[in-house]
Design a protein around this ligand. Structure first.
Ligand SMILES: Nc1ncnc2c1ncn2[C@@H]1O[C@H](COP(=O)(O)OP(=O)(O)OP(=O)(O)O)[C@@H](O)[C@H]1O
Ligand code: SF4
Ligand SMILES: [Mg+2]
Length: 324
């Protein structure tokens, strides 16, 4: 459904380009949820905005690579050009719905506007479709909520509205950038459950961005781990959690809080990710890696398949690179 190949997003002029996303590749099948995980600043949002054609302007630009949506190259098309060309069936939701919703317009009107743009219907027909969309996202009392204003809804309900607006274009791919980070844990579980249900019911693919390995374990089918603008490991969720191959992935897992009462202090990965433009030669993780060797500091590792569908960017992977 979606195939991203060697996507590179850069800042600055061509002769001194600073790559903030560097050669990212992944694929997404119908009905599949791919988690994209990594710590703050590693390039998750820039990757997703580049895939959507929504990079902030002026600023970062796609310098190289391809974004293929259902067989069509949409890499250099603006969102409205994609809609005009009939390739607009990709939608996105963000962390804080209040920054996307208009505070002085009723929920029904805001969903109906998206319906009008994508389906060419207006008035009562668009409002009726808006109600259907609210039912689809399991909004309690959808008829009444059509006339509510955003401030009258809870955080979880507002995120449901955003998902309803996203569904107005009948997306083949939904990109969710930390959509549950601002919600409390019980509401987060409900929204994750809703996304899984929609993915199955609508045969939609979801790219789910988070810094939370726990959310990945709960929701995703496959996962790509990002570090310093690159994907350093991709595997099925099962494979990744059972046999992480990259030392960064394993470090992230060690940082997950557990209910083990004997664990006194939560481990951390010491050091900071390198800033774009300050990458040393060799492996980008070398300055923080517990297993670093001399070779890692001079030679960039190449991508290797440690088992079927499990790829890692490390010269000395964990678990001997054995089958996951
Ligand atoms: N508008 C912008 N202009 C220039 N650089 C930017 C812009 N937005 C982000 N960056 C830089 O791009 C890099 C990747 O940022 P990005 O927002 O994609 O990270 P992220 O993984 O989404 O982090 P977070 O988990 O904090 O959301 C960072 O170094 C950041 O400083
Ligand atoms: S290549 Fe070397 S420094 Fe990089 S993750 Fe692998 S072992 Fe660590
Ligand atoms: Mg982000």
């Amino acid at each position: 459904m979606l195939s991203v190949r060697d996507l590179t997003v850069s800042l600055g002029p061509e002769h001194a380009a600073l790559d903030i996303v560097d050669g990212v590749s992944f694929g997404l099948a119908k009905g599949e949820i791919l988690g994209l995980v990594g710590e703050s600043g590693c390039g998750k949002s820039m990757t997703s905005l580049a895939v959507m054609g929504l990079l902030p302007q002026p600023g970062p630009r796609v310098r190289a690579g391809q974004v293929m949506l259902d067989g069509c190259d949409v890499t250099r098309l603006q969102p409205w050009q994609r809609v005009e060309a009939g390739h607009g069936r990709m939608a996105m939701i963000f962390q804080e719905p209040m920054t996307s919703l208009n505070p002085v317009r009723r929920i029904g009107d805001q969903i109906a506007e998206a319906v009008r743009v994508h389906e060419g219907i207006s008035g009562a027909a668009a409002l009726s479709r808006a109600r259907e969309l609210l039912e689809l996202v399991r909004m309690p009392d959808p008829q009444m909520q059509l006339s509510a204003y955003p401030h009258q809804l809870s955080g979880g309900q507002r995120q449901r509205v955003m998902i309803a607006i996203a569904l107005a274009c009948r997306p083949q791919v939904l990109i969710a950038d930390e959509p549950t980070t601002a919600l409390d844990v019980t509401i987060q579980v409900q929204i994750l459950g809703l996304l899984r249900e929609l993915c199955n019911r609508l045969d939609m693919a979801i790219l789910f961005i988070t810094h939370d390995m726990g959310v990945i374990a709960q929701l995703a089918d496959r996962v790509s781990v990002m570090y310093a603008g690159r994907i350093v490991e991709t595997a099925s969720v099962d494979g990744l959690f059972k046999r992480p191959a990259h030392h960064y992935t394993s470090g992230l897992m060690d940082c997950m809080p557990s209910r083990n009462p004997s664990a006194r202090r939560l481990p951390t990965i010491s050091g900071q990710p390198p800033a774009p433009g300050r990458l040393a030669a060799g492996c980008v993780f070398a300055s923080r890696c517990v297993a670093v060797r001399d070779l890692c500091r001079t030679e960039a590792p190449s991508r290797a398949e440690v088992s079927q569908g499990h790829e890692v960017l490390c010269a000395f992977p964990l678990n001997g690179g054995g089958p996951s």
